[in-house]
Design a protein around this ligand. Structure first.
Ligand SMILES: CC(=O)N[C@H]1[C@@H](OP(=O)(O)OP(=O)(O)OC[C@H]2O[C@@H](n3ccc(=O)[nH]c3=O)[C@H](O)[C@@H]2O)O[C@H](CO)[C@@H](O)[C@@H]1O[C@H](C)C(=O)N[C@@H](C)C(=O)N[C@H](CCC(=O)O)C(=O)O
Ligand SMILES: Nc1ncnc2c1ncn2[C@@H]1O[C@H](COP(=O)(O)OP(=O)(O)OP(=O)(O)O)[C@@H](O)[C@H]1O
Ligand SMILES: N[C@H](CCC[C@H](N)C(=O)O)C(=O)O
Ligand SMILES: [Mg+2]
Length: 488
């Protein structure tokens, strides 16, 4: 694509480059630059991309996008915010793929991965070709690619959306993290439906206050419909039972649809009953009622189902198709996943890594547990430190045998993370076992018939990051190994 054409998408008054250069790719990492690349300098959290402009030019960059003047022998385009400018350029370079997709974005502290997967199943039931981007992977049809972030940066996003279109995808769903909204990773995405799950504490290391965190999530609704294709109708799908709902309603210019359990909403669940193999409830959508049985436990799961149903109705999927899909749901990997090695007690691996999710999962387990509850839990390093004592407190309050251990300590001292957790449970009974493998083994060795062992925090993850090293580690495999050793 020619540079001057690309630059029109920045809407920068007076911006003009004399020479019309052919741009072969846009890169934000100097190491990926090729002949003809446009290199974007990003002042990151670790290093400043402006310091790599020379290296980019040496590797063939023909133009640099920067936030300050640079001494290089190629044109330098200066903008106030290179991340957001990059997002616009990426959207243009990949020929505005989200305008050709029905795009659903899901934000909220908990439930994004689960909700996007439920929507994916509903879309598949409606014979749509789907693409999904989130914590676990990028998934196009049945093909999966690994991801580093829940919401990748804009270059990867737009390239992926174009790839989806090339493979015939019509309906895409994406988890939109608060970091992504704050950092402009989804700037340039033309969302059709924006979904909100809930807002509880997490990521205060990044946002510092709940107010800032709330505002960051609100951007998905505030910006909905600001982009490009004004002819496509836009819907904000909001959780009526969350106190922040009214604020997000005020922020958005889009049509609002609500879902809820405790308050009256467009899409609701009534008469929720837990059964031995799941939950039954009346799904009431715009006055129409269907009684549904799902293979998922807990009120929080019903919220995710309602969010997905509401988003699908906003996408013109009919209620019967939605009901058929949700009755076939089998749950999402690492979310309330049962581990069965033939033992006479229940083992559950779950991705609860926030105070609210841990509490929800433990309260759900309490509803059916016939014996004691063991809770193996740790907190990630280089993440919100203030959630550590809270998670420990919740584990101690709602389980009989809380076992604190390591999650992904990353650059932090695992022993110090345990100390932060222990500070939340003075005068209460608990165990602290630094090695996650030993902690899981301890729980499994000590569990008796009808007890429940919850292994929380890492869900689908197949690694453990300690320092800079990443080891193979899968809670489910470690649990199965411990179970297999029980009768030896
Ligand atoms: C705080 C944060 O979001 N950091 C993200 C950021 O990294 P960074 O700012 O440290 O980047 P940096 O290393 O300083 O590099 C700055 C620039 O210099 C460039 N560079 C660097 C070296 C070089 O030799 N040449 C060069 O050009 C880099 O390519 C980059 O453009 O940009 C990276 C590339 O896009 C991200 O992978 C990285 O996410 C890190 C891994 C991360 O842990 N992020 C978390 C906090 C996060 O974003 N989480 C959310 C929410 C999770 C959830 O709740 O679900 C998520 O969406 O994942
Ligand atoms: N609607 C919900 N409300 C509260 N807790 C939930 C909800 N849905 C799921 N959870 C809990 O949160 C955990 C993570 O769920 P999920 O992976 O769907 O959330 P997420 O928002 O994608 O998380 P992440 O921020 O890591 O991407 C689950 O394992 C479960 O314990
Ligand atoms: N998306 C979340 C995942 C946390 C998972 C937990 N296992 C940890 O490593 O802290 C985060 O990056 O904060
Ligand atoms: Mg997720």
């Amino acid at each position: 694509m020619k540079l001057n054409e690309l630059l029109t998408y920045l809407h920068e008054p007076l911006l003009k480059i004399e020479e019309d250069i052919e741009i072969t790719s846009i890169e934000m990492d100097s190491r990926a630059v090729k002949e003809g690349s446009l290199f974007v300098c990003i002042d990151g959290y670790t290093v400043d991309g402006h310091d790599y402009a020379d290296q980019a030019v040496e590797k063939g960059a023909v133009v640099i996008l920067a936030e300050k003047p640079l001494q290089v022998n190629v044109p330098v385009i200066i903008v106030n915010d290179t991340k957001r400018a990059m997002a616009r350029l990426a959207d243009a370079f990949y020929r505005q793929p989200t305008q050709e997709l029905h795009l659903i974005g899901v934000t909220g502290t908990n439930g994004k991965t689960t909700t996007t997967h439920i929507i994916e199943k509903i879309m598949a039931e409606a014979h749509k070709k789907t693409g999904l981007i989130g914590t676990m992977y990028i998934k196009i049809g049945d093909e999966q690619e690994a991801v580093q972030n829940t919401t990748p940066e804009s270059l990867t996003l737009q390239k992926t959306f174009r790839k989806m279109r090339d493979k015939g995808v019509t309906n895409a769903m994406i988890e939109v993290s608060s970091h992504a909204l704050d950092l402009g990773r989804v700037h340039g995405c033309d969302f059709d439906v924006a979904v909100f799950t809930n807002l509880t504490q997490d990521h205060l290391d990044y946002h510092h206050t709940m107010e800032a965190y709330k505002q960051a999530k609100g951007l998905l609704f505030a910006q909905l419909g600001n982009n490009f294709n004004v002819n496509k109708p836009k819907f904000a799908v909001l959780n009526r039972d969350e106190t922040v709902c009214d604020e997000y309603i005020k922020m958005t210019a889009a049509k609002v649809l609500t879902y809820g359990i405790d308050h009256k909403a467009d899409v609701m669940a009534n008469n929720i009953t837990m059964t031995s193999n799941g939950t039954t409830f009346d799904l009431i959508a715009f006055g129409e009622k269907r009684t549904v049985s799902v293979n998922m436990a807990g009120k929080f799961s019903i919220y995710n189902i309602l969010a997905a149903a509401c988003a699908s109705l906003a996408s013109n999927i009919d209620l019967d198709t939605i009901v058929r899909a949700i009755e076939k749901l089998e749950g999402v990997r690492g979310r309330f996943e049962l581990v069965d090695g033939g033992q006479d007690f229940t083992v559950i691996v779950d991705y609860a890594h926030t105070p609210d999710s841990l509490e929800n999962v433990l309260l759900t387990i309490k509803q059916f547990a016939k014996g004691d509850i063991f809770c193996v839990v740790g907190c990630g390093g280089d993440r919100d430190k203030t959630k550590r004592p809270l998670m420990a407190q919740i584990a101690a309050e709602h389980s009989n045998e809380p076992i604190f251990t390591s999650d992904n300590p990353r650059s932090e001292d695992p022993g110090m993370i345990l100390k932060d957790m222990e500070a939340g449970v003075l005068n209460k009974h608990y165990h602290s076992i630094l090695s996650r493998e030993e902690a899981i083994s301890f729980a499994i060795k000590n569990a008796k018939k009808n007890d429940v062992v919850l292994i929380a925090g890492k869900g689908h993850e197949t690694y453990q990051q300690i320092g800079k090293e990443v080891f193979d580690f899968d809670d489910r495999e470690v649990a199965l190994k411990a179970i297999s050793e029980l009768n030896k």
